[in-house]
Design a protein around this ligand. Structure first.
Ligand SMILES: [Fe+2]
Length: 388
């Protein structure tokens, strides 16, 4: 009989973590080759980060090419245009410098450059093509939120269809992740909160997911405890490198959580929102729907939610006793208030009539069915209504 608690775990990404770890980039690249595509938004140049990368490489025999067209919720053409404009097959490696959007574009590009077609052919909702070969990706995150440097996912938006979908493949784990917290100190207060809340969501969802295992539990517990303490502090101490390092570490752990367990209902409901309304950031969609989903999901994993709620309450020094679904929801609301993320979907102009368009794409997402309580269509309608 198969042990229901059986799991396997093999780290696919070489991790270099710590202050000034960026200085190791040149050394890491030597094993891949010297023709490199650097994927980075224009602001990386303005912030001086691109120079920190390029300066290491220019003096040696590296041939550098650049791609910077990357929307904040990246769209399919960000990838497809790069493949058309660049002779992408010639790259020995792709260096992704930026947040989740940049890393998602780099991963999708690493697939499409090798086997052709459109990046949209490879997402799970179309599944027209399977990922076979990729160009190695070296991920250098500049936010602490998406965990994309440790995952096998690339999330893209198709603006024509108004939906988001994901390429899921073991082949797109970055080969190397260089996590240097000094690259996150410039992130403004609001973006620190938005991205940090995404990381918290990853850790919470992977912890309560029906696919969780002993390894992901251990990883997610540490991530939740760390974010609960560090995030409310770092948003008022943006230059504190120790807090930034804590957030970078928690983001890395939470990324592993989603890679080896998975996200649940909040991500299933959040993706269609920013698919249809791309100006709403991923972390904002999560913040808007989280308190009501926590209340809904609580009965499915009471012990784990009780632990989560105690850690979060401790992080914001909130006195609590007798945890139940309502209190769990209130603690999330209070945490979000402390980090400036008390958000409702109506803040972005959404009304009850807009909910209808979000239901089908939510139901098509596998994350609905890994939630500790599986939501019906009517539940999802009610949850969106609560979040308005
Ligand atoms: Fe996320």
């Amino acid at each position: 009989m198969i042990d229901p608690n059986f799991f396997s775990f093999e780290l696919q990404t070489k991790l270099l973590f710590g202050t000034d770890s960026l200085k190791s980039l040149k050394n890491e690249l030597k094993s891949f080759g010297n023709t490199l595509l650097i994927v980075a938004q224009k602001k990386m140049e303005e912030m001086g980060y691109l120079k920190r990368v390029a300066d290491q490489l220019i003096e040696d025999d590296f041939h550098l090419f650049f791609w910077s067209t990357i929307h904040d919720n990246p769209i399919v053409s960000d990838v497809d245009d790069a493949v058309k404009s660049l002779n992408s097959k010639k790259f020995d490696a792709i260096v992704a410098l930026g947040g989740g959007s940049t890393m998602d574009v780099a991963k999708a590009l690493s697939v499409t450059a090798c086997t052709g077609g459109s990046a949209w052919d490879y997402v799970y909702s179309t599944a027209k093509r399977t990922v076979e070969h990729t160009i190695p990706v070296i991920a250098i995150p500049t936010t602490s939120g998406t965990g994309s440097h440790m995952t096998k996912y690339s999330v893209l938006t198709n603006p024509q269809e108004g939906i988001k979908s994901t390429i899921v493949s073991e082949e797109i784990f970055p080969k190397v992740a260089i996590v240097d917290p000094t690259l996150t100190v410039s992130l403004p207060q609001y973006m620190t909160a938005v991205t940090g809340f995404d990381a918290l969501s990853h850790a919470v969802e992977s912890y309560v997911c029906i696919n969780a295992n002993r390894m992901t539990d251990m990883i997610c517990e540490k991530a939740i405890q760390t974010i609960a303490k560090a995030l409310p502090q770092v948003i008022n101490n943006l230059n504190d490198l120790i807090l930034r390092e804590d957030m970078a570490w928690a983001d890395t752990l939470a990324g592993l959580g989603i890679a080896y367990s998975g996200t649940t209902l909040p991500h299933a409901m959040g993706q269609p929102i920013s698919g249809r309304y791309p100006k709403i950031r991923h972390g904002e969609t999560l913040a808007a729907i989280y308190p009501s989903i926590v209340r809904f999901s609580y009965p499915g994993k009471v012990e784990k939610f009780d632990r989560i709620i105690r850690w979060i309450a401790e992080g914001i020094k909130m006195e609590i006793e007798n945890i139940d679904a309502d209190l769990a929801s209130k603690v999330f609301s209070e945490f979000q208030k402390r980090i400036g993320l008390s958000i409702h979907l109506s803040d972005f102009g959404l009304e009850e009539k807009d909910i209808n368009g979000l239901i089908n794409p939510t139901l098509k997402c596998g994350d609905v069915y890994t939630n500790p309580v599986v939501a019906t269509e009517q539940d999802i309608i009610e949850l969106f209504k609560f979040s308005l």
